[in-house]
Design a protein around this ligand. Structure first.
Ligand SMILES: Nc1ncnc2c1ncn2[C@@H]1O[C@H](COP(=O)(O)OP(=O)(O)OP(=O)(O)O)[C@@H](O)[C@H]1O
Length: 254
């Protein structure tokens, strides 16, 4: 199995935000996590990416137990994530924002940077090339030199994708990538996620936009009050009585 969680649990004081969740992420597929507000979706992402320590359970990636690894080590293994709110350096260009992503793969230290050693210059060039490559992938070459403060919401979403891609990931966790953008832009981002998968990157996303998810995802897990209540193909999820009652209800066409 590519990435697997076993009995993953997170407690915040008396609140069990994620309760004994077993989930297998399929390689080369679009995997999705859905569920009502407060169901534990973002917390689940934070556990897998090492942002929060688990209360109990295990995260296994390509056969290796990564449960206790810090976020930077997890990222180095090829696991990238975006956040619900894209925090960019507003006073830097789009390019400079994305350059940071690939530094994860470089070895230069502070001394190299101060002395501007050959290694530092070579690695900075590599980071710049990588940033241009991923900006092209997400369709933002034309705004590479724009200040991040001056780009649209949809462009910010693409910059967040680019930042994740600049780390050379094998899997990307995307937290509500289509929140706050219009239907045409949502379709554009769905297209981009398909392109990632075509390029060998496994996608796992959280999303509230049901129509998009049902068209895009290969494999869906539904969380409700921190518990997995269903898992399957979009068709299986749409026809699952527990899901309909607990979550979709009258909101199935959202
Ligand atoms: N750092 C934290 N400290 C305490 N409680 C938290 C923390 N993070 C999340 N929670 C709680 O855990 C539960 C799950 O929250 P989480 O943000 O994971 O849900 P979600 O499914 O991502 O919701 P949404 O769709 O609204 O983003 C909620 O009750 C939330 O209030």
């Amino acid at each position: 199995m590519f990435l697997e969680t076993k009995n993953v649990t997170k407690k915040f004081g008396g609140l069990v935000a994620v309760n004994n969740v077993d989930f297998s992420i399929e390689k080369g597929k679009v995997n999705a996590i859905i569920g009502p507000n407060g169901a534990g979706k973002s917390t689940f992402f934070n556990l897998v990416s090492g942002t929060y320590p688990l209360s109990s359970g295990q995260v296994i990636y390509k056969g290796k137990d990564i449960t206790r690894l810090p976020p930077n080590k997890i990222a180095k293994l090829g696991i990238a994530r975006t956040f619900q709110t894209t925090n960019l350096f507003e006073k830097s260009t789009v390019l400079d924002n994305v350059i940071v992503g690939h530094r994860l793969r470089t070895k230069s230290n502070l001394i190299d940077a101060i002395l501007r050693t050959k290694r530092f210059k070579r690695e900075e060039q590599k980071c710049r090339e990588k940033a241009m490559e991923v900006l092209e992938f997400v369709g933002l070459t034309g705004i590479a030199d724009k200040m991040a403060a001056n780009v649209t919401q949809e462009e910010k979403k693409r910059v967040a994708f680019a930042l994740a891609l600049a780390t050379d990931p094998e899997i990307v966790f995307l937290d509500e990538p289509a929140a706050g953008i219009n239907p045409d832009e949502t379709e554009g981002l769905a297209e981009l996620m398909r392109k990632m998968v075509e390029n060998g990157i496994t996608v796992c996303l959280i999303e509230h936009k049901m129509q998009m998810i049902m068209k895009l995802a290969d494999h869906i897990m539904v969380l409700n009050y921190g518990e997995k209540i269903a898992e399957g193909t979009p068709e299986e999820i749409m026809n699952n009585q527990t899901v309909i009652e607990a979550y979709l209800g009258g909101d199935a066409s959202a």
